[in-house]
Design a protein around this ligand. Structure first.
Ligand SMILES: Nc1ncnc2c1ncn2[C@@H]1O[C@H](COP(=O)(O)OP(=O)(O)O)[C@@H](O)[C@H]1O
Ligand SMILES: [Mg+2]
Length: 357
């Protein structure tokens, strides 16, 4: 196993800088998820760690050794992609054994490894099947089997589940987590799916336009997003966000759709402009006061009720755990639950400091 350290790592393609001076330390055994919108540089970063992409500036250390110029095959890294290239003419056993055979390992050792990998990945009943006789999820497991028999010191995953249907994605997600719990190899997992990030990660790295926005545990990011970007990216449906001005201890929405007291944990200057963030599940219906919410569409999932609408012309969502009788087109008053408002700086998008945080 390995730990990874990146110091001011940058990447440019010609004039275009796609990664800007990233610093990241991943201790041995950790499962880290890189998450961010498409094009923010996740794959590029992963490929630089694997040695498939040149590092423009900065340093990458694996197990304390600088490896900027180490070729990929000398890094002992396994990479799992969304398209998994299995050999169609080889059965599962032969696909998994391919690498060890190529390296000239002896037959008994290879057999042991296949047994071990098949056990961990629940592939034992399928060892004699060919790829075309397997489901998408089983093929993905074979691809992971090929990776783990190499006993890599680092696992890199680049959106490995994005080709699978929704149900299988959830199942494979659990299996990847289970695999990590059993094998414990340091892992870096790239996805644009924040739910995947939340459920898999020991720590999440949120990326935006070639920079790191925030690093933290899933619940850190959810409870204390450091920027508006993280606040909107983590959590589904997204956090509601509205500009407001502090007047006489109240946060008055600039849209005129209502006001709420400045939370005790924040200090906001009189006439200070802020962005007020509130998650859909932290708004309660009240008879009057709070914010005026115009409901457009009500969605019942059976478990939850989502109401999509607007607060003072800004698209907003309210979510209820219990069933409600709200109808499309109705007008409500909603009040943020105490302790759940998030305040951000209008200019920088950074979270405002809290007094007891
Ligand atoms: N080989 C390349 N040459 C030029 N630009 C590239 C190359 N590979 C990636 N890029 C650019 O780098 C940025 C980051 O890409 P990528 O790392 O693939 O993003 P992500 O994986 O987060 O979707 C994008 O703007 C992309 O167009
Ligand atoms: Mg990518």
């Amino acid at each position: 196993m390995a730990d990874l350290r990146m110091v001011r790592v940058s990447k440019s393609y010609g004039q275009q800088e796609v990664l800007q001076a990233l610093d990241l330390v991943i201790p041995e055994g950790e499962f880290v998820v890189l998450v961010g919108p498409s094009g923010c540089g996740k794959s590029t970063l992963l490929r630089m760690i694997a040695g498939l992409e040149e590092i423009t500036d900065g340093e990458v250390f694996i197990s304390g050794k600088k490896c900027n110029d180490t070729p990929p095959q000398k890094r002992n890294i396994a990479m799992v992609f969304q398209s998994y290239a299995l050999f169609p003419h080889l059965n599962v056993r032969e696909n998994i054994a391919y690498g060890p055979k190529l390296r000239g390992e002896d037959a008994a050792a290879i057999d042991r490894k296949i047994g071990w990998a098949a056990e961990i990945l629940n592939l034992s009943p399928y060892l004699d099947r060919f790829p075309k006789q397997l489901s998408g999820g089983q093929r993905q497991r074979v691809a992971m089997g090929r990776a783990i028999v190499r006993e890599p010191s680092l696992f890199l995953y680049d959106e490995p589940l994005s080709n699978l249907d929704a149900q299988l994605r959830v199942q494979m997600r659990t299996e990847i987590k289970a695999l990590h719990n059993k094998v414990g190899t340091t892992s870096i997992y790239v996805t644009h799916d924040q739910i995947e990030a939340m459920t898999l990660a020991d720590r999440i790295v949120v990326m935006n336009a070639g920079r790191i926005e925030q690093i933290g545990t899933p619940l850190d990011l959810f409870d204390k997003p450091e920027t508006v970007f993280v606040a909107k990216f983590i959590g589904s449906p997204s956090m509601n966000m509205m500009p407001a001005t502090c007047t006489d201890g109240m946060l008055v929405l600039d849209s005129g759709a209502g006001s709420v007291p400045v939370p005790a944990s924040y200090k906001v200057a009189e006439a200070g402009k802020v962005l007020v963030g509130i998650r859909p599940e932290h708004l309660d219906i009240v008879p009057s006061g709070g914010f005026a919410f115009d409901a457009n569409i009500v969605e019942q999932t059976g478990t939850d009720t989502y109401v999509y609408g607007s607060i003072g012309g800004i698209d907003s969502t309210v979510m209820f755990r219990e069933r409600t009788a709200i109808e499309d087109g109705s007008s409500l008053n909603v009040m943020p639950r105490t302790g759940h408002l998030h305040l951000f700086d209008v200019a920088t998008g950074g979270r405002l400091p809290e007094i007891n945080a």
